[in-house]
Design a protein around this ligand. Structure first.
Ligand code: 2AM
Length: 175
């Protein structure tokens, strides 16, 4: 029998206050782009998407991630964009802090060493706000939202009737 797997990703998760402000931006974008708004509790920024990982690999994954010594940083979420290829409206940043780039590169290196998919695609940090959205002539203005990042998390994605539900499996501090 095939080994059970879990659908995993590594992410940054905003505090409720910031998630609320992102949701307010999402509500404005929804007025012009329609689609489906992500629920406030599910808003996040993916660092690396792992996909289906055999359960037996999860302890080694957690151990390897725990070896990473990341530095805290502040993200200025100051861009709102639309991607035609997957019809999402996203929040993002015009500049990637060096500590964020380093964190993703360290994660990828550890994943490669474990023989797990390490996200070969270019890293395009974004927070999905709307799915199945239509392109708008002009998106609403985006305020600059300061996001002090002091931890990153391992999440499991579980399908539910309401869309994807996310479960936190582990968190590591940035200090
Ligand atoms: P998205 O919001 O741009 O779709 C959980 O699915 C998280 O992993 C989401 O943030 C999703 O990004 C991201 N992700 C990246 N690659 C993915 C893939 N191939 N399938 C599903 N989710 C992916």
């Amino acid at each position: 029998m095939a080994e059970p797997t879990r659908r995993l990703f590594l992410a940054l998760w905003p505090e409720p206050a910031l998630a609320g402000r992102l949701q307010a931006v999402s509500a404005e974008a929804f007025k012009v782009c329609g689609g489906r708004q992500m629920r406030v509790k599910t808003l996040h920024l993916t660092l690396v998407f792992l996909g289906d990982v055999p359960e037996s690999r999860i302890p080694a994954l957690r151990e390897a991630m725990g070896r990473i010594q990341g530095r805290p940083f502040e993200l200025a979420v100051n861009r709102l964009g639309y991607w035609k290829h997957n019809r999402i409206v996203w929040g993002g940043c015009s500049e990637q802090p060096a500590a964020l780039v380093q964190l993703v590169s360290d994660i990828r290196r550890q994943l490669v060493a474990l023989g797990l998919p390490g996200g070969a695609d270019a890293f395009s940090p974004h927070i999905t706000l709307l799915r199945k959205a239509r392109p708008a002539g002009e998106l609403p203005p985006m305020p600059t939202l300061a996001w002090p990042v002091c931890e990153w998390v391992l999440m499991e994605s579980c399908q539910s009737a309401a869309g994807a539900d996310y479960r936190r499996l582990a968190a590591w501090p940035l200090s």
